[in-house]
Design a protein around this ligand. Structure first.
Ligand code: PMT
Length: 228
């Protein structure tokens, strides 16, 4: 690729919710800040952006198309719809950035009405949710986004797990964050991340604002797209 025309960014953000009845769900503390920062940075750099957001309380960045979802299965469907190739707009121009904290499991059943305490068992039967990045990696190359960047939320040294996720999910880069480190991970305005690449290269970034991390990732995605 030689021209610098705008790319299409598909960014996921926030948590998913996996309901066991209309008033109870499994989820996690993601606020969407990291993903909204990536969407804002991509738009500011002149790219087309679709932001697929789990339940969060953030304003849609200007010029960004937002799709709201609740569960992991909703998010998978929205990602699949957003990455469909368009005429005159090859997949070499699409970058998928998955900052969302997708629930790996959901309750095996979701009741239509609120379960009464007396009806609830002490244990919950769970089933696996689909892995969105793995599913996208199984799409034939001509139809899947050329650039795929994932995040890895770890507790403790994040790079070895991130390297495994990079290989297993066929990614161009995994952005690893230790969510127990001060100023990093869920909710805060800053993040400390290490970029892990499939060839084993690692680049540790200092503690910086999520906006600065996002600008770095948008530049990285554009450079990766250029090399495809
Ligand atoms: O939203 P904030 O409050 O700003 O917090 C930001 C963050 C901590 C959520 C973010 O920086 C982060 O680490 N996001 C990824 C969290 C996560 O779910 O990591 P994981 O290691 O479980 O998943 C690895 C990758 O696979 C992620 O890109 C995830 O989106 C993706 N995944 C996970 C599960 C699944 N079923 N399908 C997926 O595609």
């Amino acid at each position: 690729m030689t021209d610098r025309s705008p790319l299409r960014f598909v960014v996921t953000a926030g948590p998913t919710r996996e309901y066991l009845d209309p008033v109870r769900f499994l989820s996690n503390p993601s606020t969407g800040r990291m993903g909204f920062a990536v969407a804002r940075a991509a738009r500011a750099a002149g790219h087309e952006v679709t932001l697929i957001a789990g339940p969060v309380a953030l304003k849609t960045p200007k010029g960004v198309t937002r799709v709201d979802v609740v569960s992991a299965r909703d998010m998978l469907a929205a990602v699949k719809a957003a990455i469909v190739p368009r005429k005159g707009h090859g997949q070499d121009r699409t970058c998928l950035v998955m900052t969302a904290a997708v629930a790996d499991w959901r309750p095996a059943e979701c009741a239509e009405r609120k379960r009464k305490k007396g009806e609830m068992a002490d244990t919950l039967k769970l089933v696996r949710n689909p892995d969105i990045l793995k599913t996208v990696n199984e799409i034939p190359a001509v139809r899947r986004p050329a650039v795929r960047i994932g995040f890895a939320a770890e507790t403790g040294e994040p790079t070895s797990e991130a390297a495994r996720k990079c290989r297993e999910k066929g990614l161009d880069c995994v952005v690893a964050n230790d969510v127990t480190a001060p100023g990093a991970g869920f909710g805060v305005k800053t993040n400390q991340v290490t970029l892990v690449f499939p060839d084993g290269t690692i680049e540790a970034l200092p503690l910086m604002s999520k906006d600065a991390v996002a600008r770095r990732l948008v530049r990285l995605a554009a450079n990766l797209a250029e090399r495809k």
